[in-house]
Design a protein around this ligand. Structure first.
Ligand code: HEM
Length: 227
């Protein structure tokens, strides 16, 4: 049964779009600092990159609080179940109109590949960007050009991690933009992240407004398959 379901709550949508804007802006200013593009001018790019970085850190703090207070962090627990089927779907099935191997529900919004990739972003790539970015910002302190306590004598290794993370995020954005068009219709995923509502194939009567955070924490389970 197809049903219009409230799947993304207002904070989640706000966080998603703010994160998208800030990361896009950090990438633009960052790659100008790197010397790849020219738009704001180097001095401004550095200034804007620093301001956006602080905004990003504030957003991350709120998002961490939201994930834990709602129990939504469980959506990102990785599972091997259907992982191969999902990879096969993106590599082959999608081109022959095969059905999606996993079904999206309020309690399991992410497919197994998304769980893995988003978890990697949350616990590896974003922390790497924040930590290397802060080290980049403050490496001149407390002593000349070295962070004495951490024994980092040169900015090179920090820059390397920060730039590698930036390229990874750029690759993620490109793939993400393509994959959001592969929902039930080309725009269904996009519309859902704007309005909060999505047409889902479901037997559940669940609407996220009716589920309290405790029950999400209890109920989030691996995907139900169509197979
Ligand atoms: C809280 C997060 C972040 C902080 C604190 C931060 C901070 C910094 C700082 C201080 C610099 C050096 C500026 C200078 O040379 O004066 C820098 C460079 C750069 N940032 Fe960020 N940044 C953050 C997130 C990001 C993100 C998310 C991206 C990309 C999507 C990014 C991309 C870059 C790039 C490409 C450079 C140039 C690196 C180089 O050429 O060595 N940054 N960042």
């Amino acid at each position: 049964m197809q049903k219009k379901v409230y799947i993304y709550r207002s904070f989640e949508r706000f966080w998603h779009w703010m994160q998208a804007i800030i990361i896009f802006f950090l990438a633009m200013t960052g790659f100008e600092i790197h010397g790849s593009i020219s738009f704001f001018g180097y001095q401004n790019a550095v200034k804007y990159h620093n301001i956006a970085a602080y905004a990003f850190i504030i957003l991350i703090i709120f998002a961490i609080f939201w994930h834990f207070s709602t129990g939504e962090w469980r959506q990102y627990l990785p599972t091997a179940r259907n992982l191969k089927a999902q990879i096969n779907y993106y590599l082959l099935g999608i081109f022959s109109n095969a059905p999606h191997p996993t079904r999206k529900t309020v309690l399991s919004k992410l497919n197994p590949l998304q769980k893995l990739v988003y978890l990697g972003l949350k616990i590896l790539v974003i922390p790497t960007m924040v930590i290397s970015g802060l080290l980049y910002m403050f490496y001149r302190y407390p002593q000349n050009s070295s962070i004495v306590g951490m024994n980092i004598g040169s900015i090179k290794v920090i820059a390397l991690f920060h730039t590698a993370g930036a390229f990874l995020l750029l690759a993620f954005i490109i793939v993400h933009l393509y994959l959001i068009t592969t929902g039930t219709t080309v725009t269904s995923n996009l519309k859902a992240m704007i309005t909060g509502y999505e047409e889902l194939e479901t037997e559940e009567t669940t609407d996220i407004k009716k589920i309290n955070s405790e029950s999400i924490a209890e109920k989030v389970k691996p995907e139900v398959t169509n197979e």
